[in-house]
Design a protein around this ligand. Structure first.
Ligand SMILES: Nc1ncnc2c1ncn2[C@@H]1O[C@H](COP(=O)(O)OP(=O)(O)OP(=O)(O)O)[C@@H](O)[C@H]1O
Length: 255
């Protein structure tokens, strides 16, 4: 069973000619089939965790380990991480002018599966996945994220998730900017992948509303660059009622 193990992860970033430590010892284990929600105040380092796991060059790992199925993720290049089974749905997906969605998806699937998917079954696979996500077929011919609305960008991230079938999916605020219908459709996509039992999900979110659709097995409070409390789904309700004040004043001030 695939497991992502993060141990005592420390990460710095260079900003304004200074080195700033953002992650200050993150410990987390995500097993295949499990869904973990990470919630926490703005600026506490949640996206930094997501980017560091994906291998963004802006973030320097200064300590700790990250293992996927016992393999050292931190030694891998970004594309090796993706091929090993890590997937990041970004908070702000980037535009890729000149590259169509269909080309992008097929190239990604070829790289990850190790061989080009058979054209006829692939076209059907993409068409059905797009239908489930309520995406117009014309999207396949548009350039990646170019002129996409916020909601369309998020659906496109989930389309990739469904087609690429990673071992561990990190979803960074996939719910932000979605209207109620889109939130339901996107959540259904995540649940389909989840129900396969083959994917571990790390869901970074500010809102408990997405957790009504995607029931987490574990909820973690992130503050000051580390996880300061973990619990079950009930912890999300407590956070909704009480906010993060208790965590930001208890020596867990935001990064
Ligand atoms: N590339 C960067 N350059 C400079 N500072 C950065 C960079 N990335 C993160 N930071 C800083 O690190 C801190 C944590 O940011 P991060 O985006 O990880 O927080 P977050 O918990 O995801 O916040 P939010 O909930 O607002 O999305 C912030 O103070 C941010 O300004």
């Amino acid at each position: 069973m695939a497991t992502l193990e993060i141990r005592d992860l420390h990460v710095t970033v260079e900003a304004d000619n200074a080195t700033k430590e953002i992650l200050k010892g993150v410990d987390l284990t995500v097993k295949q089939g499990e869904t973990h929600a990470i919630m926490g105040p703005n600026g506490s380092g949640k996206s930094t965790l997501a980017y560091s796991l994906a291998g963004h060059p802006k973030y320097t790992i200064t300590g700790g380990t990250v293992l996927l199925d016992g393999e050292d993720v931190l030694e891998m290049s970004v594309d090796e991480r993706a091929r090993a089974g890590l997937f990041l749905a970004m908070q702000y997906p980037v535009e890729v002018p000149g590259v169509s969605v269909s080309n992008f998806l097929r190239t990604s699937a070829t790289a990850i599966r190790g061989e080009a998917p058979k054209l006829r079954t692939w076209v059907k696979e993409v068409k059905e996945a797009m239908q489930r996500l309520n995406m117009d077929p014309s999207f396949a011919e548009r350039n990646v994220n170019e002129g996409f609305s916020g909601g369309e960008k998020k659906r496109h991230e989930i389309l990739q998730l469904e087609l690429l079938k990673p071992k561990v999916a990190i979803l960074d605020e996939t719910d932000s900017g979605l209207d109620v219908d889109a939130l339901r459709i996107v959540s259904e996509g995540v649940n389909r992948v989840r129900e396969s039992g083959e994917v571990g999900t790390l869901l970074i979110t500010h809102y408990t509303r997405i957790l009504r659709y995607i029931k987490p097995d574990h909820v973690h409070v992130f503050s000051g660059g580390r996880i300061v409390e973990s619990g079950g789904a009930e912890l999300a309700d407590k956070l909704e009622d009480e906010g993060y004040e208790a965590y930001t004043t208890k020596g867990g001030a935001s990064a």
